[in-house]
Design a protein around this ligand. Structure first.
Ligand SMILES: Nc1ncnc2c1ncn2[C@@H]1O[C@H](COP(=O)(O)OP(=O)(O)OP(=O)(O)O)[C@@H](O)[C@H]1O
Ligand SMILES: [Mg+2]
Length: 629
């Protein structure tokens, strides 16, 4: 990769990642999940300061295990059993060693001591196995709920969220981040708990065995903790960067795979390999640090605990020789001093997992806390039946705050009428349909259906009453039949066929290998663009909604088929209010009214003949005659 390319990519992603991390940190500090503008955002219950945020995330993770509370209690008891058994097991060593050391040990005392130890340890091992089994069940339950909640949330997010967030990054939250959380729930939490118990237990037993030695171990503890904290802080920071880099990489992969044709056509293979290379190298660098600081935790703690161990052995030896401290006591003490450092070790080694999991959890919660589409008003309406009259009054709208896309748009459609929206590319036609379906909410003015503001209807109800063929077709993996039935799930097979016939799709479907049972993969990659459109039309036709919106529905279909569809649709449209958007103006000739948009404003309206006679913009568009400007 040459320097120029590198510099370009570097500035592109550095800014992005930095912004991501900054946003993330500041949101957490301010107790917000996502700092994008917009009132009413639900604040995550997070207080100021880093550790508290961690605490809040942990608490929130725990809340997913609430329904397994009694299982957790059992797990905790089991952990208690096996931690206690490991402590008690070593304690038995003391009298055994002392009796042998004192010269009155027999094979029998040795045998009974060892048997007792074996039994206690065995009980501990059994408890540990059972605990593992239950805990994995608990954490899988929690993960399933998290995934469910995340997916539910994703279906409730406004379209705006998808406009402004990389799809690969959203997917990454679903996969990598949730996985990281899963790892933590499986192991780490139990280690933390058993570590804490064993820490306290060991400490008590150590003081009981020898106060002086216990004090030495205690003095070493803060040193070890400090070291752990230092490494952990570094590790947390790099983990966040790592997750951001991973998100970018996944986003890029997703984009490249779905846009492979375009990549090839524009010979962008090398450029996209370069970009990937950059992102990969970036991730490698971040991962290097993250893993390094996660990984050196173990060795650092190990070395420190060796120091503590040697100190104890030395002082303990001196005490034995000079102060008559029993050898059995020294043996178990040395044993305990290992016990003591082990939980600190274990916990600190798992910091890697904990931090990646918490960073992951925070990214997941960030999605969960994003404002969903505004909730329906408590008294939102959902009447039995709509006739389908539509009135737009002085509608003004912009996708972004300071950029109006539609200005003072007003028009109406009586029930059963066909209204056409025409105008050049980017004029705002699709935007109008986005507003009628409430994909976005208007800034000013009003949109009424059957005389009621659409914001006063239940959103589900509104959308159930609008059938739509989108400008960009989309098919799901599944059979042709399932894809058509998507428009109305209770439609019978006959109705599916009827709708397909209406959309002129029946004949090509019958030519497919398995007819209506042909499985479509990857957005219908095995169909032509026109065929995909026909299926989308059939899907809308099967719906019984009183309002039908066709956005460039037949743009990829040949003119003869288009006429067929039109005849079919005309039958259908008789009972429905239809809004048609088309660049091919022959298809809108018979509309009750044609509305010509330009730069978000209505510049002409009337029926075909009137507009042609007027000789304005419609005339230009229709005849292709335009004054060269
Ligand atoms: N999701 C979006 N976020 C921000 N701006 C958008 C978004 N969608 C469209 N726009 C802007 O709104 C304007 C109108 O777009 P719209 O899709 O309504 O045009 P259109 O009339 O349907 O054009 P076409 O004939 O090409 O389909 C355009 O200038 C576009 O840049
Ligand atoms: Mg459009």
């Amino acid at each position: 990769m040459d320097e120029k390319t590198f510099a370009r990519l570097d500035s592109k992603y550095k800014k992005k990642n930095e912004a991501y991390i900054k946003q993330f940190e500041s949101d957490l500090l301010n107790g917000k999940a996502s700092g994008k503008a917009g009132g009413g955002r639900r604040a995550v219950p997070m207080a100021k300061g880093k550790p508290k945020n961690m605490g809040a995330s942990i608490r929130r993770l725990f809340s997913y295990m609430k329904k397994d509370t009694w299982k957790i209690v059992i797990v905790l008891i089991l952990v208690l059993v096996y931690t206690a058994s490991s402590l008690a097991g070593s304690y038995i060593l003391r009298p055994v060693i002392n009796s042998i050391n004192g010269g009155n040990g027999t094979v029998a005392t040795l045998a009974s001591g060892i048997t007792a130890m074996a039994l206690i340890y065995a009980a501990g091992i059994v408890a540990q196995y059972i605990q593992q089994r239950i805990m994995i069940g608990i954490s899988q339950n929690a993960l399933a709920s998290i995934r469910n909640e995340l997916f539910e949330k994703i279906s409730k997010l406004p379209l705006k969220y998808y406009d402004t967030n990389n799809h690969g990054d959203i997917m990454s939250r679903f996969t990598n981040d949730v996985d990281a959380v899963g790892n933590m729930l499986n192991n780490t939490i139990i280690s933390l708990f058993s570590g804490a118990i064993s820490l306290v237990g060991t400490l008590v037993l150590m003081f009981y065995t020898n106060v002086w030695l216990a004090l030495i171990t205690l003095v070493m503890a803060p040193v070890m903790m400090k070291a752990a904290q230092f490494v952990a802080n570094k590790s947390r920071r790099y983990y966040k960067q790592q997750q951001a880099a991973l998100g970018s990489l996944n986003g890029f992969i997703e984009e490249t795979i779905s846009g492979q044709k375009v990549v090839k056509v524009f010979n962008h293979e090398d450029a996209s390999v370069d970009e990937f290379d950059y992102l990969n190298t970036d991730l490698r660098g971040k991962q290097l640090f993250a893993q390094f600081f996660g990984g050196i935790m173990g060795p650092v703690m190990g070395n420190l605990s060796q120091v503590s161990y040697s100190l104890t052995a030395m002082v303990g030896g001196i005490l034995c020789v000079l102060r008559g401290f029993d050898i059995g006591g020294l043996t178990i003490f040395v044993n305990y001093s290992r016990h003591f450092s082990r939980p600190i070790n274990e916990i600190s080694m798992q910091m890697t997992e904990i931090f990646s999991a918490l960073a992951g959890a925070e990214r997941v919660f960030e999605v969960m806390d994003t404002d969903p589409e505004t909730a329906d008003a408590p008294d939102a309406k959902a009447p039995e039946h709509l006739t389908g009259s539509i009135v737009l009054e002085n509608v003004t709208f912009g996708y972004e705050p300071n950029h109006t896309v539609l200005k003072n748009v007003s028009f109406y459609a009586k029930p059963g009428q066909k209204i056409a929206l025409v105008g050049s590319t980017g004029a705002g036609k699709t935007t109008i349909t986005n507003l009628i379906t409430r994909f976005y909410d208007i800034n000013e003015g009003s949109i009424k259906i059957d005389g009621v503001d659409i914001r006063d209807y239940k959103r589900d109800f509104l959308r159930k009453n609008i059938a739509m063929v989108l400008q960009d077709t989309h098919l799901f993996s599944g059979t042709v039949r399932e894809n058509i039935r998507y428009g109305r799930l209770d439609a019978t097979d006959e109705e599916v066929i009827e709708a397909a016939k209406l959309a002129s799709a029946h004949s090509f479907i019958m030519r497919l290998e398995n007819g209506y049972d042909t499985v479509l993969e990857g957005d219908g990659a095995n169909l032509s663009q026109g065929q995909r459109q026909l299926l989308n039309i059939a899907r809308a036709a099967i719906s019984k909604a009183p309002i039908l919106i066709l956005d460039e529905a037949t743009s990829s279909v040949d003119t003869r088929t288009e006429r067929h569809i039109e005849q079919g649709m005309d039958r259908l449209m008789k009972e429905r209010t239809t809004i048609v958007i088309a660049h091919r103006l022959s298809t809108v000739r018979n509309a009750n009214a044609i509305i010509v948009l330009e730069h978000g404003e209505i510049i002409e309206r009337g029926d075909h003949d009137e507009l042609l006679a007027a000789g304005g913009r419609y005339y230009e568009l229709y005849t292709g005659k335009t004054e060269l400007d």
